[in-house]
Design a protein around this ligand. Structure first.
Ligand code: 5GP
Ligand code: ZN
Length: 149
């Protein structure tokens, strides 16, 4: 959709630090992260909010969120958990009107750092962070392959 920043990112017309991409989804670092590795997962096809989203795509978005939450635990970010959050509509503080799921890595005892990150929202070494998350996804793939073998 013209004028939508996330559609521009999908089209490659606006910059982003990508973490994952397939035919239907794209995941990239939030430009104003709350914690290191804060990632947004979006459908490539524009959907303004959940009213507008194909439920199958919603399921795929959550599946990827699940994988990213596991990947950041297995990455150099050494997360102990993650907040997965989707703000649906202006009433729910949605500010970019293209559906997105936030994956915010968390660590034990990070309450103060989280509060500070929430106020400052400064990027942290984006390329290194994205590479660490991709490595975590690779580790997860290997672990799942080994479990199946
Ligand atoms: P919302 O409040 O709509 O759930 O969150 C929108 C998120 O998108 C915010 O966390 C904000 O920092 C992020 N964001 C807004 N514009 C851009 C952008 O151009 N690039 C990236 N990577 N993130 C963005
Ligand atoms: Zn869009």
């Amino acid at each position: 959709m013209s004028g939508c920043i996330f559609c521009r990112i999908v089209a490659g017309d606006a910059p982003s630090t990508r973490v994952y991409e397939d035919d239907t989804l794209c995941a990239f670092l939030d430009i104003r992260p709350i914690t290191r590795g804060h990632t947004l997962i979006i459908p490539k096809q524009h959907a303004t909010n959940l009213d507008d989203l194909d439920p199958a795509l919603g399921a795929a978005i959550f599946t990827l969120g699940h994988r990213l939450a596991k990947a950041v635990r297995r990455s150099e970010l050494a997360a102990d958990g993650a907040n997965l959050l989707l703000n649906d509509g202006k009433a729910a503080f949605q500010t970019v009107h293209h559906v997105h799921l936030h994956v915010v890595p968390r660590r034990h005892g990070d309450r103060l750092a989280f509060a500070k990150g929430f106020l400052l929202r400064r990027p942290h070494e984006s390329d290194l962070t994205a590479a660490a998350i991709r490595a975590g996804l690779d580790r997860l793939d290997t672990e799942e392959r080994d479990t199946r073998a």
